[in-house]
Design a binder for this molecule. Structure first.
Ligand code: GMT
Length: 377
């Protein structure tokens, strides 16, 4: 198949998932065309089946906001025609589903029919999409997509609750490529000089936005390190980094926390991590938690959104109400204080992560593409 993929090219979960999906499809012989504002950060160009088409925006002094949707829909029309695409798959509804619908209409005028798949990832529905300033257009463009998928049952239910949706939503979970995970991690899991031998390593990976409750991460760690010798690795960058550093300083634990910034070596870091913290306000799936589990790391998370579909209470980790840092710290300590229990949780996390293996999930995307190409247009 010739597949066009639209996504945010940054470190966010939806862009990472879309890029991994495109690369996996390319490895299986499909021709993949990424149409994005910049080169997706994780895109590896060694595969001749992968192409990247940059959406340029022409600036003009009159514009207060640059009309990205217009530039994207024009680019999609060009790429669909030139490379004879069979399908367009857009990740994150805003504004991609809307731009794809416009492209579809323009192509129709030229006698070309193309099916559109929209994958909902989370905040495009929960935090941003349902806001009154966007809701009408988001609802319209979801309803105009030929197929709609959501990354968890929880996100599907949120979409049906928040919008008036006239079509079925298929749940296709986020996935993990275990072979890649293995090859990118150090075989020996080098802890390097990050922590002393008697210290446990705890990690948080995110874009350090408000929704991730980054300050809770610091508070939970503060309580853990009172009882268990440990270090915290904060991976990623974002608006709450400075606030988190200030809180760590105030609590007198700054020397126990390493702010590593954005990293391309997450799999190596996870390899020697003992526990992962994800106390988010809302989380449609929690790809970061799945990546940690695939690296044999148990999860202490909130019980919001799709997290209970990924992190199983008392098996792969523990879940608590949003903001309940006491409970999260207590659960973390109970896992870390007993080496045998820690090993049990590590193995259970790894085993449960297999459910989301690329081998189980990729065929669902391929079947869905084949069906929609057959019936649509
Ligand atoms: O929250 C993020 O880190 C970024 C955001 C995105 O859209 O890029 O992630 C969302 O999509 C991920 C991939 O499907 C999910 O695993 C995340 O749970 C979801 N984030 C939220 O719902 C807050």
């Amino acid at each position: 198949m010739n597949i066009g993929i639209v996504c945010y090219p940054t470190y966010g979960g939806s862009g990472v998932l879309a890029t991994e999906l495109g690369m996996a499809l390319a490895n299986r012989g499909h021709k993949i065309h990424f149409v994005t504002s910049h080169q997706p950060v994780k895109l590896n160009f060694l595969n001749p089946n992968l192409r990247f088409h940059e959406v340029f925006i022409e600036d003009y002094p009159l514009f207060h906001y640059q009309p990205y949707e217009l530039a994207l829909s024009s680019k999609l029309v060009e790429v669909v025609q030139k490379y004879k695409l069979d399908i367009l798959h857009v990740h994150y509804a805003i504004p991609h589903a809307y731009a794809a619908y416009m492209a579809k209409q323009m192509l129709k005028d030229k006698g070309i029919e193309i099916p559109i798949v929209t994958t909902l990832h989370g905040t495009d529905i929960t935090l941003v999409g349902s806001h009154p300033v966007y809701k009408t257009a988001v609802e319209f463009s979801i309803n105009k997509s030929d197929v709609v998928t959501a990354v968890s049952n929880s996100l599907k239910n949120d979409t049906l609750r928040l919008f008036n949706i006239e079509k079925p939503i298929e749940v296709i979970y986020n996935f993990i490529d275990f072979d890649k995970q293995k090859s990118e991690a150090d075989t020996e899991c080098m802890r390097g000089s990050l922590a002393e031998n008697d210290e446990k390593i705890i990690a948080h990976v995110s874009n350090l936005r408000k929704v991730k409750r980054v300050l809770d991460v610091i508070e939970i760690f503060s309580k853990i390190q009172d009882k268990i010798p440990s270090k915290l690795l904060m991976v990623g960058d974002g608006p709450y980094r400075e606030k988190a550093e200030m809180l760590a300083k105030k609590l007198g634990i700054k020397h126990k926390i390493l702010f590593l910034g954005k990293s391309d070596e997450i799999r190596k870091i996870l390899c020697f991590t003992d526990l992962f913290l994800l106390p988010s306000e809302t989380e449609s799936f929690g790809l970061a938690a799945l990546e940690a589990m695939a690296a044999k790391t148990p999860i202490i998370s909130s019980n919001t959104g799709g997290l209970p579909e990924v992190n199983i209470q008392g098996v792969t980790g523990y879940l608590s109400n949003v903001g309940d840092i006491e409970d999260m710290a207590k659960n973390a300590i109970s896992i870390l204080e007993n080496e045998q229990r820690l090993q049990q949780f590590k193995m259970a996390a790894f085993e449960h992560a297999q459910k989301f293996s690329i081998d189980n999930i990729l065929p669902k995307y391929i079947d869905m593409y084949e069906n929609v190409i057959k019936i649509c247009c």
